[in-house]
Write a protein that binds this ligand. Structure first.
Ligand code: PMP
Ligand code: GLN
Length: 378
């Protein structure tokens, strides 16, 4: 077969979760909570099914859900998206990202991404004939060299993809970063894809710098969001995207033939649940406690780290333990020590000698304690 993605194999999340299951290891690899969503949210889904929300939703999403998302975005970031034409409900952020790329990227186009990058960006770009232009972020700060970004913008640049809070590093973009980006994109036709799925998981009193807060970015941006992260429901695959009308029209041309619409009863439940802002505003404190617990429990281990500023991932550097490549060490930790993680080099194919693994701390206290006991013995 003449593969369209000859260099792509099974995603690392599947590989590591399967390995964790086969070896009965604690799974801190693929990012998902091992505790339940709020019973009220589950009850709302069941109510929606009983009320008959069981057929197709409107193509762009349930109007009540789109309205409350527009209200939330306006309240948090001060940008008014029109619920009718500028908000679309998607089957997870992954579908939104894929649809955005497919609607705009054509052969010959260049797309700037920051590496390490979430694993879906690159194959999605390549599938539509785009060329990935990587900008490397380096541990431990993962800051962006904006002069380097400027030097990589050409007439062919179609899109720039940013992700804040950032998976896998747990770093966040600052106001200054956003202003630099705004300056760079001014006067161009470049589209910004701002992946903000961890917008509500940000620590130490920092503020999420949404692209929607910056007029010069918002006018050209798609923002992607995920209810999986925010409401502990990754298996529901529900999210949304925001963009100005002219961009969203193009998005919907593809969306309608990709999924047509997303899960209807869950949209009803989410619209109700979002009426209480505390349901998402409490998330940062919730995860900061988990981060702090996890880090306090491993402080005497041989791993070193900079505490994550956002997301539910913590990078741990194991240079003091072994020289092994991260893929090999992650495998050995799973098989011999019973703890699974994600080797960061897979997000970062140009730089294979990182001695860093990513651990997901969206876990119960008990799991974090058991995981830390193992990590302290490695
Ligand atoms: N972007 C990033 C940076 C992510 O970490 C994830 C989830 N792992 C996604 C997008 C996809 O989100 P969803 O599960 O809603 O498709
Ligand atoms: N976003 C999750 C992570 O980074 C996993 C998503 C997936 O399994 N595709 O771990």
């Amino acid at each position: 077969i003449n593969s369209k993605l000859p260099n792509v194999s099974t995603t690392i999340f599947t590989v590591m979760s399967q390995m964790a299951n086969s070896y009965n290891a604690i799974n801190l690899s693929q990012g998902f909570p091992n505790f339940e969503a709020h019973p009220k949210l589950i009850e709302l889904v069941s109510q929606a099914m009983q009320k008959g929300y069981n057929q197709y939703a409107p193509m762009p999403g349930l109007p009540s859900l789109r309205s409350i998302i527009a209200e939330k975005t306006s309240a948090l970031y001060g940008y008014d998206y029109h619920p009718e034409s500028e908000v679309t409900i998607t089957s997870g952020a992954t579908q939104a990202i894929f649809t955005i790329i497919s609607a705009f990227v054509a052969p010959g186009d260049e797309v700037i991404i920051f590496k390490p990058a979430y694993d879906s960006y690159e194959p999605s770009i390549e599938l539509f004939g785009g060329t990935v232009i990587p900008v490397q972020l380096s541990a431990p700060d993962f800051t962006i060299n904006w002069e380097e970004v400027a030097s990589k913008i050409t007439k062919k640049t179609k899109m720039v993809i940013i992700n804040t809070p950032h998976n896998p590093s747990g770093t966040v973009l600052s106001k200054n970063d956003m202003l630099q980006l705004e300056k760079l994109l001014k006067g161009t036709d470049i589209i910004l894809l701002s992946d903000e799925v961890y917008e509500h998981i940000i620590f130490d009193q920092q503020k999420h710098e949404s692209a929607s807060k910056y007029p010069g970015l918002a006018e050209r941006a798609f923002i992607t969001a995920s209810f999986g992260k925010t409401f502990h429901t990754t298996g529901w695959k529900m999210g949304y995207c925001l963009a100005p009308t002219v961009l969203m029209q193009e998005f919907r041309k593809v969306h309608q033939f990709n999924v047509f619409c997303s899960n209807h009863p869950i949209q009803f439940a989410l619209a109700e649940y979002l009426k209480t802002p505390e349901n998402y505003l409490s998330l940062s404190d919730f995860y900061q406690q988990k981060r702090d617990l996890f880090l306090s429990l491993i402080k005497d281990s041989r791993f070193s780290y900079t505490p994550a500023s956002g997301t539910y991932f913590q990078l741990l550097d194991y240079s003091d333990i072994t020289n092994e490549a991260d893929v090999d060490f992650a495998e050995r930790l799973t098989k011999e020590h019973g703890i699974a993680s994600i080797p960061v080099s897979v997000f970062n194919l140009d730089q294979k000698d990182d001695h860093v693994l990513r651990f997901c701390f969206a876990k119960t206290e008990d799991t974090l304690k058991r995981a830390a006991e193992i990590l302290c013995e490695v």
